[in-house]
Design a protein around this ligand. Sequence first.
Ligand code: G3H
Length: 489
Amino acid sequence: LFHQNTYLVNGELKAWEGDTAEVYSTISSTPEYKPTLLGTIPQLGEKEALEVLDSATAAYDNGKGLWPTMKVADRIACMEAFVEQMKLKREEVVKLLMWEIGKNLPDSEKEFDRTVEYIYDTIEAYKQIDRSSAKFEKSAGVYAHIRRGPLGVVLCLGPYNYPLNETFALLIPALIMGNPVIFKPAKHGVLLISPLLEAFQSSFPEGVVNIVYGRGRVLAAPIMKSGAIDVLALIGNSKSANILQAQHPKGNRLRMVLGLEAKNPAIVLPDADLDLAVDECIAGTLSFNGQRCTALKVLYVHESVVEEFNRRFAYKVDQLKFGNPWEEGVKLTPLPEVDKPAYIQELIDNALEKGATVLNKKGGETCKNYIFPAVLYPVSKDMRVYEEEQFGPVIPVIPFSDIEEPLDDMAESDYGQQVSLFGKNIHTLSPLIDTLVNLVCRVNLNSSCQRGPDVYPFTGRKDSASGTLSVHDALRSFSIRTFVASKDN
Ligand code: G3H
């Protein structure tokens, strides 16, 4: 059991003796389903929320504080000290990733390693920015020394599906650009931050990193209502982002870096390599049980190949192995949200009532906190599984005869993150790509949707995102261009 009994404020790991909450894993250690108690976390209140806010605002001191004015090399030294200590915690964090969110071992290791790599890449990108802004350059008759400066105090809220990696994709660039941060770990994946607390505490100056525990609503409301937050950095849903933004008394001043919902489609054209399309759609729909904002959430398959696609796809879904995250070859794992299987069942029932069938034999079978992925066909737009961002193991397949059908659906959608396009004929693909890039931000040719590699921009249109998060883009998202102008060199 892991009892987290401190929180990080004013550079101190402050002891907490008040209310605590139990943290459970939905991985059951007994044959009958019983969640496993993993530990406890503090339930901080409004007083502590305002305490961390004071800590962060003092560290920023309206731009005059130690952190925003610190030399680039010194800020980098803090980040390097942190990542060196973080690397020592790999085993512990990976184990907690498996227990807390049910991510399988290879993906948990990948999440940790990708995060370490992301930190090193961020340091390099930051050095590049610094080098490129090192001297005065003349333009339009004026010498200017262009720099990038911090924005202020950042409230950082990450998601449960990447509680380390995506949270750090906000936290690390925010910090290195000179912004102090208040960070609340995700509900699932909260304990895995604990092994890193001392590294945060010892690597950064007082007040620069503040870590709180408790209910998001209780902690975030007073922080937002204070008006002292300059940037809301959130990966989650647009409902939460809207509530938080509305709480800020100077909402127009608040900058936001948001990664929100998506319902990425795959479009399978008549000439697609079906084996490739099936494999990529399996990875796209079911990696981490479909709990990825980049997951494929609807498969549009041309009517001339849909029958064959469905046969191969349904067969392969049934071959996927379900088990505990650390077991060899396991692709499907227990879902961290205890009510998720019931919700997925509702979506399946709703689709069946409206005329769809489950194509795969195991579709909808339940086992402890798991429901086996169901492939639903034919899905229509009046079904909940089409309407809702379901973030789980259920796969709607829609046949189409005219490419305008999926294009129209995408155009009408509230989301616009990515699409996967499967086909071979470049004369067909090329004009289609030109349209698709205006509907989403990334077109994946003959491959599933994904965020990485992290050198590429990760963003979305409409309700899917605000701001961009590649290694380089994130540094820009958490900073502002400033310059010194002079008539003389
Ligand atoms: O949940 C959204 C993540 O950005 C997905 O990232 O494509 O690397 O799995 P990924």
